[in-house]
Design a protein around this ligand. Structure first.
Ligand code: HEM
Length: 347
């Protein structure tokens, strides 16, 4: 069953009568339950793990990461300007920026971020890679983060390593938590940023508005999050543990329901003219970061990164436009997260 109305998607996401763990037992995802330390586990394991890392991703921590994010965005834009147009915004900006931010928080140096990237692509695929390639990618990424934890003395990895030494966290759990944070930290944000820029380029008045009125950037980011569809698979499968009411019907115990958050983001009962990109929407309760106990841990960090990136792009690359016809742009296929393969731009 698909829950695509806003109220129904929220009902599924916030109802403890649904289990994600039970859905992975049905092998409805190519990612293993073990390697997704937060996304597909239920309480009490989910609660215990999330509490161990949540303090590193508060709104305050996101604010503290802003200056370094601005510095990195400035360096990347500076390099594009020195080279001159055209630039490829995915490889030259969106990926190195978002990898750099989470890599900075977790202590993963830039060359290692780039080395891990092809493995992350395989891990985050639905059909684009073979089971053998996906297994090899898990091994490579987990091997790297096991080494990082063994050597960690400070920051969040140092804290997790200490929990392992004290026996309050399993070693594999810690490896999966920290590698999951790295992956969740840049894969979504990097692809989201590319799609946000494309949406801006399709609405040329918007970059002009943001340049003259940077105070509008946070609400523009919220609307771009609502308007662009990042989730290529619809949503996370949930299994009803008992008969549960959803949207005037009953999901029977054992049945599977998927909350389709991108559909919910265009529910006309909640959003006037839902197909319109309107950054002045007075009320925007989008579900792009989810809802309930699994709501995106990095939402504050992601918002900050998107705001910094869009502010700096419109300010420093005036006249930004696509360098190729839009219908020649390639899209990722066979992946959980939608995104552009390349975004060539001129300014
Ligand atoms: C624009 C960028 C991002 C988007 C759109 C996004 C979206 C989401 C969504 C929809 C979920 C799942 C909600 C669910 O399963 O019901 C999620 C979970 C998660 N996100 Fe993000 N995310 C973004 C960036 C980040 C960043 C920067 C981090 C950094 C750590 C992060 C870490 C996580 C984690 C750890 C989870 C799992 C939470 C849990 O299951 O308890 N995300 N995100």
């Amino acid at each position: 069953m698909l829950a695509h109305r806003h109220a129904d998607a929220c009902a599924v996401l916030t109802d403890p009568g649904f289990s994600r763990e039970a859905a992975t037992e049905l092998r409805m995802t190519s990612r293993s339950k073990e390697s997704l330390a937060l996304n597909v586990v239920d309480p009490p394991v989910h609660t215990r793990r999330r509490q161990l890392v949540a303090h590193a991703f508060t709104a305050r921590q996101a604010g503290l990461a802003r200056p370094a994010t601005e510095r990195l965005a400035g360096e990347l834009i500076g390099a594009m300007v020195r080279k001159g147009p055209p630039a490829e915004l995915v490889a030259d900006f969106a990926l190195p920026l978002t990898m750099g931010v989470i890599g900075g928080i977790l202590g993963v140096p830039a060359p290692e971020q780039r080395r891990l990237h092809p493995w992350v692509e395989a891990m985050m695929s639905t059909t684009a890679y073979s089971p053998e390639e996906i297994a090899a990618a898990h091994k490579g990424v987990h091997g790297y983060f096991a080494g990082l934890l063994d050597a960690a003395t400070d920051g969040l990895p140092g804290e997790l390593a200490e929990h392992v030494r004290q026996g309050t966290l399993g070693r594999d759990e810690a490896v999966h938590l920290v590698s999951g944070l790295f992956i969740a930290g840049y894969e979504t944000t990097g692809n989201q940023l590319g799609m946000c820029v494309l949406a801006l380029l399709r609405h040329p008045l918007l970059p002009k508005r943001l340049r003259s009125d940077p105070a509008a950037t946070p609400q523009a980011v919220e609307e771009l999050l609502r308007y662009t569809s990042l989730n290529a698979t619809g949503g996370v499968a949930h299994v009803a543990l008992e008969d549960r009411p959803v949207g005037g019907t009953v999901v029977r115990a054992g049945q599977v329901v998927v909350p389709v958050t991108d559909g919910a983001n265009r529910d006309p009962d909640v959003f006037d003219e839902p197909d319109l990109l309107d950054i002045d929407r007075p009320h925007n309760p989008h579900l792009s970061f989810g809802r309930g106990r699994h709501m995106c841990l990095g939402a504050g960090l992601a918002r900050m990164e998107l705001q910094v990136a869009l502010d700096m792009l419109v300010a420093e690359l005036p006249g930004l436009e696509l360098a190729v016809p839009e219908d020649t742009l390639g899209w990722r296929e066979g992946m959980y997260v939608r995104g552009l393969l390349e975004l060539p731009v001129l300014w």
